[in-house]
Design a binder for this molecule. Structure first.
Ligand code: ZN
Length: 311
Protein backbone atom coordinates (compact mmCIF):
# COMPACT_ATOMS: atom_id res chain seq x y z
CA UNK A 1 0.00 0.00 0.00
CA UNK A 2 3.02 2.26 0.43
CA UNK A 3 3.22 2.48 -3.34
CA UNK A 4 -0.36 3.60 -3.66
CA UNK A 5 -2.02 6.96 -3.30
CA UNK A 6 -4.80 6.87 -0.69
CA UNK A 7 -7.46 8.51 -2.85
CA UNK A 8 -8.26 12.20 -2.71
CA UNK A 9 -6.95 14.49 0.04
CA UNK A 10 -8.62 17.80 -0.87
CA UNK A 11 -9.89 19.85 -3.79
CA UNK A 12 -9.31 23.59 -4.10
CA UNK A 13 -11.53 25.95 -6.10
CA UNK A 14 -11.95 29.67 -6.69
CA UNK A 15 -14.96 31.61 -5.48
CA UNK A 16 -16.39 35.12 -5.71
CA UNK A 17 -17.81 36.72 -2.58
CA UNK A 18 -16.54 35.20 0.67
CA UNK A 19 -19.80 35.45 2.62
CA UNK A 20 -21.81 33.85 -0.18
CA UNK A 21 -19.31 30.98 -0.21
CA UNK A 22 -19.44 30.41 3.56
CA UNK A 23 -23.24 30.58 3.62
CA UNK A 24 -23.62 28.09 0.79
CA UNK A 25 -21.16 25.46 2.00
CA UNK A 26 -21.95 25.62 5.73
CA UNK A 27 -25.69 26.34 5.66
CA UNK A 28 -27.11 24.96 2.42
CA UNK A 29 -24.72 22.02 2.00
CA UNK A 30 -24.13 21.53 5.74
CA UNK A 31 -20.33 21.13 5.74
CA UNK A 32 -18.17 22.10 8.68
CA UNK A 33 -16.07 25.25 8.30
CA UNK A 34 -12.76 23.69 9.39
CA UNK A 35 -10.49 26.63 9.00
CA UNK A 36 -10.75 30.33 8.29
CA UNK A 37 -7.29 31.49 7.28
CA UNK A 38 -5.68 33.56 4.53
CA UNK A 39 -3.96 32.75 1.26
CA UNK A 40 -0.35 32.42 2.47
CA UNK A 41 0.85 34.08 -0.75
CA UNK A 42 -1.75 36.87 -0.61
CA UNK A 43 -2.90 37.58 2.99
CA UNK A 44 -5.58 40.04 1.82
CA UNK A 45 -7.57 37.02 0.61
CA UNK A 46 -9.23 34.32 2.68
CA UNK A 47 -8.61 30.62 2.41
CA UNK A 48 -11.59 28.59 3.63
CA UNK A 49 -11.53 24.85 4.36
CA UNK A 50 -14.74 22.80 4.60
CA UNK A 51 -15.13 19.14 5.52
CA UNK A 52 -16.18 16.65 8.17
CA UNK A 53 -15.69 16.96 11.94
CA UNK A 54 -11.90 16.58 11.91
CA UNK A 55 -11.13 17.52 8.34
CA UNK A 56 -10.48 13.94 7.27
CA UNK A 57 -8.68 13.54 3.97
CA UNK A 58 -11.21 12.87 1.22
CA UNK A 59 -13.74 15.31 2.70
CA UNK A 60 -11.84 18.60 2.38
CA UNK A 61 -12.96 21.26 -0.09
CA UNK A 62 -11.10 24.57 0.05
CA UNK A 63 -11.71 27.96 -1.58
CA UNK A 64 -9.88 31.15 -2.36
CA UNK A 65 -12.67 33.73 -2.53
CA UNK A 66 -11.96 36.94 -4.47
CA UNK A 67 -14.71 39.55 -4.01
CA UNK A 68 -14.57 40.95 -7.52
CA UNK A 69 -13.48 37.80 -9.32
CA UNK A 70 -14.78 37.28 -12.82
CA UNK A 71 -16.21 33.88 -13.57
CA UNK A 72 -13.92 31.33 -15.10
CA UNK A 73 -15.12 28.74 -17.55
CA UNK A 74 -14.76 25.02 -17.16
CA UNK A 75 -12.95 23.22 -19.95
CA UNK A 76 -10.17 20.81 -20.74
CA UNK A 77 -7.12 20.58 -18.49
CA UNK A 78 -9.30 21.05 -15.43
CA UNK A 79 -11.22 19.25 -12.72
CA UNK A 80 -14.79 19.91 -13.82
CA UNK A 81 -17.07 18.09 -11.41
CA UNK A 82 -16.83 17.28 -7.70
CA UNK A 83 -18.93 14.34 -6.52
CA UNK A 84 -20.04 13.95 -2.88
CA UNK A 85 -21.27 10.69 -1.49
CA UNK A 86 -24.76 10.78 0.10
CA UNK A 87 -27.07 8.15 1.63
CA UNK A 88 -29.66 6.34 -0.42
CA UNK A 89 -33.03 8.08 -0.32
CA UNK A 90 -31.62 11.56 0.32
CA UNK A 91 -32.31 13.13 -3.10
CA UNK A 92 -35.83 14.32 -2.21
CA UNK A 93 -34.45 16.24 0.74
CA UNK A 94 -31.74 17.83 -1.43
CA UNK A 95 -34.10 18.72 -4.27
CA UNK A 96 -36.41 20.47 -1.80
CA UNK A 97 -33.43 22.28 -0.32
CA UNK A 98 -32.13 23.37 -3.73
CA UNK A 99 -35.62 24.70 -4.56
CA UNK A 100 -35.79 26.56 -1.24
CA UNK A 101 -32.40 28.24 -1.74
CA UNK A 102 -32.74 28.84 -5.51
CA UNK A 103 -29.90 26.49 -6.33
CA UNK A 104 -29.61 25.42 -9.98
CA UNK A 105 -29.83 21.63 -10.31
CA UNK A 106 -30.62 18.91 -12.82
CA UNK A 107 -33.04 16.09 -12.35
CA UNK A 108 -31.34 12.93 -11.05
CA UNK A 109 -29.80 10.50 -13.51
CA UNK A 110 -27.44 7.49 -13.36
CA UNK A 111 -23.91 6.70 -14.44
CA UNK A 112 -22.05 3.43 -13.87
CA UNK A 113 -25.21 2.25 -12.10
CA UNK A 114 -25.05 4.98 -9.48
CA UNK A 115 -27.77 7.64 -9.09
CA UNK A 116 -26.53 11.24 -9.10
CA UNK A 117 -27.91 14.73 -8.75
CA UNK A 118 -25.96 17.63 -10.31
CA UNK A 119 -26.10 21.18 -8.95
CA UNK A 120 -24.17 24.44 -9.11
CA UNK A 121 -22.77 26.51 -6.27
CA UNK A 122 -23.44 30.30 -6.28
CA UNK A 123 -20.38 30.89 -8.51
CA UNK A 124 -21.38 28.19 -10.99
CA UNK A 125 -18.99 25.48 -9.71
CA UNK A 126 -20.37 22.08 -10.75
CA UNK A 127 -20.97 19.57 -7.96
CA UNK A 128 -22.97 16.41 -7.67
CA UNK A 129 -24.41 14.12 -5.04
CA UNK A 130 -23.95 10.41 -5.69
CA UNK A 131 -25.41 7.36 -4.00
CA UNK A 132 -22.44 4.96 -4.24
CA UNK A 133 -22.91 1.28 -5.11
CA UNK A 134 -20.98 0.27 -2.02
CA UNK A 135 -22.27 1.64 1.25
CA UNK A 136 -20.17 4.57 2.51
CA UNK A 137 -19.30 3.95 6.17
CA UNK A 138 -17.93 7.45 6.88
CA UNK A 139 -19.59 9.49 9.62
CA UNK A 140 -20.92 12.77 8.23
CA UNK A 141 -20.78 16.21 9.84
CA UNK A 142 -24.35 17.13 10.72
CA UNK A 143 -26.17 20.40 11.34
CA UNK A 144 -29.63 21.30 12.66
CA UNK A 145 -30.97 21.26 9.13
CA UNK A 146 -28.81 18.61 7.47
CA UNK A 147 -29.07 15.42 9.53
CA UNK A 148 -27.12 12.18 9.27
CA UNK A 149 -29.67 10.40 7.07
CA UNK A 150 -29.16 12.94 4.27
CA UNK A 151 -25.76 14.56 4.94
CA UNK A 152 -22.79 14.38 2.57
CA UNK A 153 -20.06 11.96 3.71
CA UNK A 154 -17.12 13.40 1.80
CA UNK A 155 -15.99 12.95 -1.76
CA UNK A 156 -17.11 10.12 -3.97
CA UNK A 157 -14.72 11.25 -6.69
CA UNK A 158 -13.80 13.96 -9.14
CA UNK A 159 -14.03 14.34 -12.92
CA UNK A 160 -11.15 15.68 -15.01
CA UNK A 161 -11.92 16.88 -18.53
CA UNK A 162 -9.10 16.30 -21.01
CA UNK A 163 -8.38 16.59 -24.73
CA UNK A 164 -6.65 13.18 -24.57
CA UNK A 165 -7.02 10.98 -21.50
CA UNK A 166 -4.01 8.70 -22.11
CA UNK A 167 -1.14 10.72 -20.57
CA UNK A 168 -3.23 11.53 -17.49
CA UNK A 169 -4.41 7.93 -17.17
CA UNK A 170 -0.75 6.85 -17.23
CA UNK A 171 0.02 9.09 -14.23
CA UNK A 172 -2.90 7.59 -12.32
CA UNK A 173 -2.03 3.98 -13.10
CA UNK A 174 1.77 3.95 -13.38
CA UNK A 175 2.66 6.42 -10.64
CA UNK A 176 -0.35 6.57 -8.29
CA UNK A 177 -1.48 2.92 -8.38
CA UNK A 178 -5.02 3.49 -9.71
CA UNK A 179 -6.69 0.89 -11.92
CA UNK A 180 -9.02 1.33 -14.88
CA UNK A 181 -12.49 0.21 -13.78
CA UNK A 182 -14.94 0.80 -16.64
CA UNK A 183 -15.96 3.17 -19.40
CA UNK A 184 -19.20 4.70 -20.59
CA UNK A 185 -19.04 6.72 -23.82
CA UNK A 186 -16.13 9.12 -23.41
CA UNK A 187 -16.03 8.78 -19.60
CA UNK A 188 -13.31 6.47 -18.21
CA UNK A 189 -13.44 5.53 -14.56
CA UNK A 190 -10.27 4.92 -12.54
CA UNK A 191 -10.25 3.71 -8.95
CA UNK A 192 -7.77 2.88 -6.23
CA UNK A 193 -8.32 -0.14 -3.99
CA UNK A 194 -6.09 1.38 -1.29
CA UNK A 195 -9.11 3.13 0.30
CA UNK A 196 -12.86 2.58 0.34
CA UNK A 197 -14.00 6.15 -0.28
CA UNK A 198 -12.88 9.21 -2.26
CA UNK A 199 -11.27 6.56 -4.47
CA UNK A 200 -12.63 7.48 -7.92
CA UNK A 201 -11.20 9.64 -10.68
CA UNK A 202 -13.26 9.95 -13.87
CA UNK A 203 -11.49 11.08 -17.01
CA UNK A 204 -13.72 12.59 -19.69
CA UNK A 205 -12.21 12.91 -23.14
CA UNK A 206 -13.28 15.90 -25.25
CA UNK A 207 -10.66 16.47 -27.99
CA UNK A 208 -12.32 19.59 -29.41
CA UNK A 209 -13.35 21.25 -26.16
CA UNK A 210 -11.57 24.57 -25.38
CA UNK A 211 -9.18 24.71 -22.45
CA UNK A 212 -10.69 25.80 -19.16
CA UNK A 213 -10.15 29.38 -17.99
CA UNK A 214 -9.50 29.90 -14.29
CA UNK A 215 -11.76 32.22 -12.29
CA UNK A 216 -14.66 32.10 -9.86
CA UNK A 217 -16.60 28.87 -10.14
CA UNK A 218 -13.70 26.75 -11.37
CA UNK A 219 -11.41 24.25 -9.68
CA UNK A 220 -7.82 25.24 -9.12
CA UNK A 221 -6.22 21.88 -8.28
CA UNK A 222 -6.87 18.47 -6.81
CA UNK A 223 -4.75 16.94 -4.06
CA UNK A 224 -4.04 13.24 -3.56
CA UNK A 225 -3.50 11.73 -0.16
CA UNK A 226 -0.42 10.10 1.39
CA UNK A 227 -0.06 9.15 5.07
CA UNK A 228 3.15 11.00 5.88
CA UNK A 229 6.20 12.85 4.63
CA UNK A 230 8.28 9.71 3.97
CA UNK A 231 5.73 8.43 1.49
CA UNK A 232 5.32 11.96 0.13
CA UNK A 233 9.01 12.13 -0.75
CA UNK A 234 8.93 8.66 -2.30
CA UNK A 235 6.19 9.90 -4.64
CA UNK A 236 8.31 12.95 -5.39
CA UNK A 237 10.99 10.57 -6.66
CA UNK A 238 8.51 8.60 -8.79
CA UNK A 239 6.98 11.70 -10.37
CA UNK A 240 10.38 13.18 -11.01
CA UNK A 241 11.68 9.94 -12.55
CA UNK A 242 8.75 9.93 -14.98
CA UNK A 243 10.08 13.19 -16.42
CA UNK A 244 7.55 15.58 -14.87
CA UNK A 245 8.59 18.70 -12.97
CA UNK A 246 7.53 18.70 -9.32
CA UNK A 247 8.02 21.28 -6.54
CA UNK A 248 10.00 20.89 -3.36
CA UNK A 249 8.08 19.93 -0.23
CA UNK A 250 5.94 22.89 0.90
CA UNK A 251 4.64 23.39 4.45
CA UNK A 252 0.91 24.14 4.22
CA UNK A 253 0.53 24.36 8.01
CA UNK A 254 -2.12 21.58 8.13
CA UNK A 255 -0.28 19.25 5.72
CA UNK A 256 2.89 19.01 3.64
CA UNK A 257 2.55 19.26 -0.11
CA UNK A 258 4.13 18.76 -3.50
CA UNK A 259 2.69 20.15 -6.73
CA UNK A 260 3.07 19.15 -10.36
CA UNK A 261 1.12 19.74 -13.54
CA UNK A 262 0.11 16.44 -15.09
CA UNK A 263 0.50 16.17 -18.89
CA UNK A 264 -3.21 16.85 -19.52
CA UNK A 265 -2.90 20.26 -17.83
CA UNK A 266 -4.52 19.66 -14.44
CA UNK A 267 -2.58 20.88 -11.41
CA UNK A 268 -2.01 17.90 -9.11
CA UNK A 269 -0.91 18.12 -5.49
CA UNK A 270 0.14 15.32 -3.16
CA UNK A 271 -0.59 16.07 0.51
CA UNK A 272 0.03 14.35 3.85
CA UNK A 273 -2.37 13.42 6.64
CA UNK A 274 -0.05 15.04 9.17
CA UNK A 275 -0.16 17.28 11.09
CA UNK A 276 -3.89 17.86 10.50
CA UNK A 277 -6.37 20.59 11.45
CA UNK A 278 -6.06 20.28 15.22
CA UNK A 279 -2.65 21.96 15.43
CA UNK A 280 -3.79 25.54 15.97
CA UNK A 281 -7.35 25.32 17.36
CA UNK A 282 -9.23 23.01 19.74
CA UNK A 283 -11.32 20.47 17.79
CA UNK A 284 -14.61 21.91 19.03
CA UNK A 285 -13.68 25.41 17.85
CA UNK A 286 -12.35 24.71 14.35
CA UNK A 287 -13.09 27.56 11.96
CA UNK A 288 -14.32 29.93 14.67
CA UNK A 289 -11.54 32.51 14.48
CA UNK A 290 -9.27 33.94 11.82
CA UNK A 291 -5.97 32.06 11.89
CA UNK A 292 -2.86 33.69 10.53
CA UNK A 293 0.53 32.09 9.95
CA UNK A 294 3.20 33.54 12.30
CA UNK A 295 4.71 35.87 9.69
CA UNK A 296 1.39 37.73 9.35
CA UNK A 297 0.37 37.85 13.03
CA UNK A 298 1.95 41.30 13.52
CA UNK A 299 -0.28 42.61 10.69
CA UNK A 300 -3.50 41.09 12.09
CA UNK A 301 -5.36 44.41 12.55
CA UNK A 302 -4.60 45.51 9.01
CA UNK A 303 -5.52 42.10 7.56
CA UNK A 304 -8.79 41.95 9.50
CA UNK A 305 -9.67 45.42 8.22
CA UNK A 306 -9.09 44.40 4.58
CA UNK A 307 -10.85 41.02 4.67
CA UNK A 308 -14.59 41.06 3.93
CA UNK A 309 -16.95 40.28 6.83
CA UNK A 310 -18.40 36.78 6.69
CA UNK A 311 -20.22 36.30 10.01
ZN1 ZN B 1 -4.11 22.20 -2.22
Amino acid sequence: MENQILGLHHITAIAGMAKTNVDFYTKVLGLRLLKKTVNFDDPGTYHFYYGDEKGSAGTILTFFPYEGAGRGSAGTGMATNIAYSVPEGSFDFWINRFEEYNIIYNKPSQKFGEPYLTFLDPDGLKLELVVPKNEDSRTPWVTNEVKAEVATKGFHGVTLTLKDIQPTAAVLTDIFGYKFLEKSGNRYRYITDAVESAAIIDLVELPNEPSGVGGAGTNHHIAFRVPNEDVLMRFREKVSRSGLTITEKIDRNYFYSLYFREPGGVLFEIATDNPGFGIDEPWDQLGSSLLLPPQYEQHRKEIERILPKVD
